[in-house]
Every structure is written in C-alpha cells, then in structure tokens.
Design a protein around this ligand. Structure first.
Ligand code: SF4
Length: 523
C-alpha cells in the first residue's frame, strides 16, 4: 500500500480526484479527505464522482504505524480542513453494519462539529449518530470490544487519531462506517464491510458540504435570549414536585414548549399527558406555563386530583382581563393563534364573550353584540408588529375599542424580539434556538425575516444545515423564552468545529424579573 501526501497542483486531465488508488492532490484548495484503505478511498471517490469541485481523496494507508508517518508529513501541509472517512469496528451492541458514527472525540482530538455533521447525514437518510472513536494498533476481539465500550468508545479503528492530530487545530471531522459489531464480529466482515462501504459512499456528498461550510466566522448573540421568568418558574415547579413527591409527576401538556426541557424532565420522572383522563385518580398534576381554561380546573377538582398550577402569572393576568371585560358586557377580541394552548385557556375564561381574531380580515368579519363595547386582548407571545396591525384594524373599525390595562405581549417576548432585530441587522443569517411549537421562538424567526435576514429555527446544533453556513461570515444567535441557555452554548461549540469563532453580544436590555412559586412547592 502506497503512502501518499497531497501537494497542491493543478487539476489533471483525469479530473479532480485523479486516478483511483494513486496519489491525489486537493482540487479544492483547503479541503483534504483522508481514507486509509484503497476500498475506502474508492467508495468515497465514487460518492463524490458527479459533484462539481469535489475535494481530493487521499489514501493514507492501513494501521497506526504507517498512518503516524503520513500524519507527521500532513501536519505541515497547507490544507484548511480535514475529513477522515473509513470503516470501523462497532463496540456497542446497538450498532449495526452500515451505521455511521461521527466522532465527537477521536483519541485526544475533539471534533466539535460532530452534531452538525451527524444531523446532516441523518437528513440525507443515513443512519448516523455521534460518539467517541478510539484508535488501536491491532484488530479488536470480542473481550476488548466490551472493555472499550465500557470506557465510552463507540467505534474502534486503526488510523483516525494520528490523522486527526495532524489537523493541528484546523477543522477536522471523522466519519466511520461500522463494518462489524459485537453481534456480527469479524467473521461477518464481508457483508458488514459491503454495507459500511455503501454508507461511506452515500456519506461523501455530505462530507463535501461539511467542507464547504468550514471557515472562520463571527457569532453575534442577542441579549436577552433564552429562559424567561415564567419558564424558569414552571420548570422549577416540576423539579420541586419531583423532589417532594417523587416520580411519577403528571404534567398536563408540555410544561413549556421545548423538546429539550420536556425530554430532560421526562428522564427525571415527569409524565406529560394531553388530557386529565390520562392522569390516575388521586394523583398530583401540574398545569403548564400556558395556562388552562376553567373547565380543565373543574375537571381536575371533580376527579380529586391535586393540582399545582405553573401558569405564568402574565398569562393569568390576561385571563383575569378576559373575565373582567366579559363581566362588564364587552365582546372580547382575542388576538392570537388558533390552537395554541394559551389561546384555548384564555378563550375558556369567557367563551360566550370572546372571539379569536388572527388577522385584519378576521377583524372585518367580526360581529360583536354591541360595537360600542368591544375590547381586545392578546396572546402573550405574539409578534409585536403583527399584533399592532390587528389592534390597529380593531381601533379603526371600533373607535371605542378598549385595550388591555397593560401590554399583554409579555416583557420577555418584546425584549427578545427587539434584541434579535438588532442582531439581524448585522448578520448574514440568524439561528433561533427553540422548538417548532414554541410561539415566541417562531416569532423570533419571523422578526428576522421581516428585517430581511434569513433565520432558522433549530432545536439544537444537529438541526443546522451545512448549506446555510457556506459563505456566511456572521451568524446571529438567539434562543426563544422556552429554550435552555445550554443549547446556545452547544451551538457555539458546534460552530467552532467548523473554524475559528469570535463571539460578541448585542444587549438591548437587561431583565431582572422573577416570579414567586406556588405555596405547595415553597420551601
Ligand atoms: S414568554 Fe412571557 S408569558 Fe410566556 S412564560 Fe415567559 S414570561 Fe410568561
């Protein structure tokens, strides 16, 4: 097997990848794909074959000794980023031949962009996950597989660690396709190896997209961002009930609209249900931050359930306004989004007097009992601009319309929209951490789009699409009021795996609001 070192050279007559198995040079300056074995390099080249500007694939040779020599020379080469692709031995019993493992750590080297790369592979339909990859100097037999798995390694190979070290601080990623597993050890390597090579080939276009997304960039953080006081309170209530009563603790609906938060609390013993009939008699149930209608409260009382209410006090304020306006004989136009839990709860406070209006067209169609006695309220997490449009249409049609005593769109929603607007003005694109069912997070995306800056809603780094980042030098970053601050840190870390990242913050206001806990969980 020949050791080959890439040197920049013009594209030859055989195209950017050169002849299979021979020395190759990076056709796209800056990107180097390493594949140790001839069959691995061939699989990757085939995957890149029809793509324009495909990077060179360098066959680096088999085993740690040979690889260490190649890596020593590579470390001085002027590539910009390195992708290592090959097959590997799966160490855990949940892996199957053909699965792709994207290294988070490869020996001592951290590959920070692994969540982004694994997410992109999954979106391409490939069975990919992230995990730690170890490099060993011999084939791994059954007892050692179990030992390495117990140490937290997912895959073993014989080349990745020295190659990754040769990146010497430049972006590096490793994709290993599983050829054998504890259930299908080396005896099964032929069919397993073919499955691995197929996956490797299919992963090659994604590797090219990863390379195109590499580069140094600036991250502009919007301040404030992430958890608001109502969300912190709601999460703390569930945590305290878990502490006081032990699991399971039933929660009606998602306590806040965030998959990370819900997943974390589920692991700790919270059980999220859609309706009260899923809660056993006599159990404790927590109502979510979005609030419930009086009918739900009556249901719970009728069932003898112990209720702990995590409704945000700012949502409760809107409920109280609805009751007050209805009692005074007003028709209440509730500006909000159909189907949102908060809207359902508010509508339930005065169902005969409240009408949902989502747009100015809905205002035109409104038929109040008395045009002189119309009031409006708002969902707390609306876009400030859009809600103002609908409120303006109401004022135009019903000049005597009553507004809420104080803004219904809460401080957290307003502040996060102002902050992201400031960041969007300076950014090529904005990433908004938050879940798809989080109203305030979706509004942040819309705020950026209205400002003319593309924005994407992501639950975490794994949702970042590599194409978004190609050629982008300034990324704005914020998080909806229900998204944990840790997600923002994870996203910054993942971006830093694509190249140097400088982080600065644009703070438009600071927040110090805290809400007290209900008496049932106070210490
Ligand atoms: S977004 Fe506003 S209304 Fe909703 S929980 Fe947070 S503070 Fe309360």
């Amino acid at each position: 097997m020949t050791e080959t070192i890439p040197r920049p050279r013009p594209k030859g007559p055989q195209g950017p990848q050169g002849p299979q198995g021979s020395q190759a040079a990076p056709a796209t300056p800056g990107t180097l794909i390493c594949a140790p074995l001839r069959i691995e390099a061939r699989a990757v080249r085939r995957g890149l074959r029809d793509l324009p500007d495909a990077p060179a694939v360098l066959r680096t040779g088999y085993g740690t000794t040979r690889t260490a020599r190649v890596a020593g020379r590579l470390s001085h080469d002027p590539f910009g980023q390195m992708m290592i692709m090959g097959v590997g031995g799966g160490l855990t019993t949940d892996l199957s031949p053909g699965d792709l493992v994207v290294g988070t750590e490869v020996g001592p080297v951290t590959c920070a962009s692994a969540p982004i790369l694994a997410g992109e592979l999954r979106r391409a339909g490939l069975p990919a996950r992230t995990g730690r990859i170890t490099t060993v100097d011999h084939l791994v037999r059954r007892p050692q597989r179990a030992k390495l798995a117990a140490e937290g390694w997912l895959v073993a190979d014989m080349e990745s660690a020295p190659l990754a070290a040769a990146a010497a601080g430049r972006p590096v990623a490793v994709i290993r396709a599983v050829s054998d597993t504890p259930h299908r050890p080396l005896a099964g390597i032929v069919p397993g190896g073919l499955a691995a090579l197929r996956s490797l080939r299919a992963a090659a276009p994604v590797a090219q997209r990863w390379a195109a997304a590499c580069g140094t960039r600036q991250v502009l953080l919007a301040g404030p961002r992430s958890f608001c006081a109502g969300v912190e309170r709601a999460i703390e209530i569930v945590e305290r009930v878990l502490e006081l009563k032990g699991p399971p603790v039933y929660v009606r609906k998602q306590i806040v609209h965030n998959t990370r938060v819900v997943g974390d609390l589920t692991r700790r013993g919270a059980v999220f249900v859609d309706e009260l009939d899923q809660v056993p008699d006599g159990a404790t149930v927590v109502f979510s931050a979005h609030g419930v209608s009086p009918m739900v409260r009556e249901d719970a009382a009728g069932r003898g359930l112990a209720v702990i209410d995590a409704t945000c006090p700012l949502v409760s304020k809107v409920h109280a306004e609805a009751r007050r306006f209805a009692a005074d004989g007003y028709t209440v136009a509730l500006i909000g989004h159909a189907g949102h839990e908060e809207v359902e709860g508010t509508l339930g406070e005065a169902p005969d007097a409240t009408i949902l209006v989502q747009t100015a067209e809905d205002v035109a169609a409104l038929r109040p009992r008395d045009g002189e006695r119309v009031a409006y309220l708002m969902q707390t997490t609306l876009s400030v601009d859009e809600a103002a449009e609908v409120a303006g249409a109401l004022a135009e049609r019903f000049p005597a319309v009553r507004a809420p005593g104080s803004d219904d769109i809460c401080y957290a929603t307003t502040n996060r929209q102002a902050a992201v607007r400031a960041v969007a003005a300076e950014s090529d694109l904005v990433l908004v951490a938050g879940s798809a069912n989080s109203s305030n997070s979706v509004r942040l995306v819309e705020t950026c789009e209205r400002a003319g800056t593309p924005a994407y809603l992501i639950d975490g780094a794994e949702d970042i699409q590599l194409d978004w980042l190609a050629g982008v030098s300034t990324v704005g970053l914020t998080a909806g009021a229900s998204a944990p601050p840790a997600v923002v840190e994870e996203i910054i870390a993942a971006l830093s795996g694509l190249g140097g990242v400088s982080v600065s913050e644009r703070v438009t206001t600071t927040e110090s609001i805290r809400f007290g806990l209900p008496k049932e969980v106070r210490r």
